[in-house]
Write a protein that binds this ligand. Structure first.
Ligand code: NAD
Length: 478
């Protein structure tokens, strides 16, 4: 069985203590590889390499940084098939989805920030007898910690702005889905990224992520993952004044008014509910529908959901593949049991599925639940699986109040053809991202992130470049 390696100082490197964690293919339940179970000694080596590389990398011209990053983007594209298969094998997502979304987006992340850095500018503030100008300087060694749901997509979303801005990076992918990050390290070597600029340390959250957060030489942590771990990171980072960007959980509302363009709404709602097995932080898991079309919506939504195919990720005809891991599969099933105990009625799904030949994989039927109040645990806690609740509302005020009724505030979707209402809802919903008559339509220049328990700070475009740089004002008197 092959095992994967860390990437330190430009080289593929086994973990110092030689320990590994089994890597499971969620579509079959079989162990198929091993990922380093790294610890503080590996983090230390990576920090030393990054520190040594910083002076040269931060002084490298923007054009040269941009050129290497563009080469990495090209190589991701050239390796599309291989990366998509690896992503699917690790994560359980359909290969077609990884090919259409995850891998192209990883390449776009590198290409986008390779260009954005060439356009990043600073301000000057003129006084009658002086001029102030602002420098934006890289922080030094920075850390990125990412989750398993969109592995290479979110991994590169952090690394790209960090290295574009001249930082050297210690990156920790999820230990559940490390394979595409490993292949990415091979791509960085091939592209000629100077040694030490990026260091990838695989392993457990507590042994690697927590050590990175504590490390005095790591100046900032950019984290995407659960609210629970985000809170841990904030607790450790605050007393040492470490810069943090936290992208965390969501419980996003999908608010459907009767005047919406119905067919378009239905098609997109199928995706916003169940894409990537519902394991996208932006999925709309609480669906609120205006009472006058509630019954029609319910009938159509249930019928279309029943027609969705769940099966092995290599089958191009499946809508949903496998859930990422056994613990997460068990968690989702226990959330469905909780929903039943809370009085929810399962309209479709609600159970595990055992595709022929893959009975030991982790598959769950797309599930719709009705009849639950807004304040129950099912409607308050993130499930992060193919499970949604539906409920009717009568007025715009009620829809808004329901949309805002959780501790989360990542994204929201609103369906209406009424421009005034669309604007009122957009303005008053507590979320960092509001989509009107669409979902997950992304422009990489826009600020990305959440409010309340969903996030601190913003990623995307110049926001990310600002996070990975420190402003310094220089005042010259004349
Ligand atoms: P997680 O919080 O369990 O893990 C995320 C990463 O943090 C992993 O690499 C993990 O190893 C590491 N980690 C774990 N404990 C740590 C610690 N104490 N210190 C430092 N690092 C630690 O999240 P997950 O289960 O991998 O991902 C699912 C979660 O991610 C969901 O809550 C989802 O909403 C969220 N998510 C948010 C966004 C967003 O943009 N807001 C995007 C994708 C996923």
């Amino acid at each position: 069985m092959t095992s994967i390696s860390n990437y330190i100082n430009g080289q593929l490197t086994p973990p110092t203590r030689g320990n590994y964690i089994d890597l499971v293919n969620p579509s079959t339940g079989d162990v198929y590889s091993q990922v380093p179970d790294s610890d503080i000694s590996d983090v230390e080596k990576a920090v030393n390499a990054a520190e040594a590389a910083f002076a040269e990398w931060s002084a490298t011209s923007i054009e040269e940084r941009s050129r290497v990053m563009t080469k990495i983007a090209d190589l991701i594209e050239a390796n599309l098939e291989r990366l998509a298969k690896a992503e699917s094998l690790d994560n359980g997502k359909p290969i077609w989805l990884a090919k259409q979304v995850d891998i192209p987006r990883a390449s776009s992340n590198m290409r986008f920030f390779a260009q954005a850095i060439t356009q990043f500018a600073t301000n000057a503030h003129e006084m009658t007898n002086a001029i102030n100008y602002t420098l934006r300087q890289p922080l030094g060694v920075v850390g990125t910690i990412s989750p398993w749901n969109l592995p290479l997509y979110l991994f590169t979303w952090k690394i790209a702005p960090a290295i574009a801005a001249g930082n050297c990076v210690i990156a920790k992918p999820s230990e559940v889905t490390p394979m595409s990050a490993f292949l990415f390290s091979e791509i960085c070597i091939e592209a000629g990224l100077p040694k030490g600029v990026l260091n990838i340390i695989h392993g457990d959250g507590l042994k690697v992520g927590a050590e990175m957060t504590k490390h005095p030489k790591i100046k900032a942590i950019s984290f995407t993952g659960s609210t629970r771990v985000g809170a841990e990171i904030a607790k450790v980072a605050a007393p040492v004044f470490k810069k943090v960007s936290l992208e965390m959980g969501g419980k996003n509302p999908n608010v459907i008014f009767a005047d919406c363009e119905y067919e378009k709404m239905m098609k997109v709602t199928m995706r916003s509910s169940f894409a990537n097995q519902g394991q996208i932080c932006l999925c709309g898991s609480r669906i609120y529908v205006e009472a006058s079309i509630y019954e029609k919506f319910k009938t159509d939504f249930v019928e279309r959901t029943k027609a969705m195919k769940v099966g092995h990720p290599s089958d191009d005809s499946v809508n949903l593949g496998a859930i990422v891991s056994k613990p997460h599969y068990e968690k989702i099933l226990s959330c469905i049991e909780l929903a039943k105990a809370e009085g929810g009625k399962i309209l479709t799904g609600g159970e595990a599925i055992f595709p022929k030949g893959y009975e030991n994989g982790y598959y769950i039927a797309p599930t719709i639940i009705e009849g639950l109040p807004a304040n129950c645990r099912t409607n308050q806690e993130e499930i992060f699986g193919p499970v949604v609740t539906i409920a009717p509302f009568r007025t715009e005020e009620e829809a808004l109040q329901l949309a805002n009724s959780t501790q989360y505030g990542l994204s929201a979707t609103v369906w209406t053809e009424n421009l005034g209402r669309a604007n009122r809802m957009a303005k008053n919903i507590h979320a960092g991202i509001v989509w009107i008559n669409t979902w997950l339509l992304r422009d990489l220049r826009t600020p990305f992130g959440g409010v309340k328990s969903s996030g601190v700070g913003r990623e995307g475009g110049f926001e990310a470049l600002r996070f990975f740089t420190e402003p310094k004002n220089v005042c010259i008197r004349f």
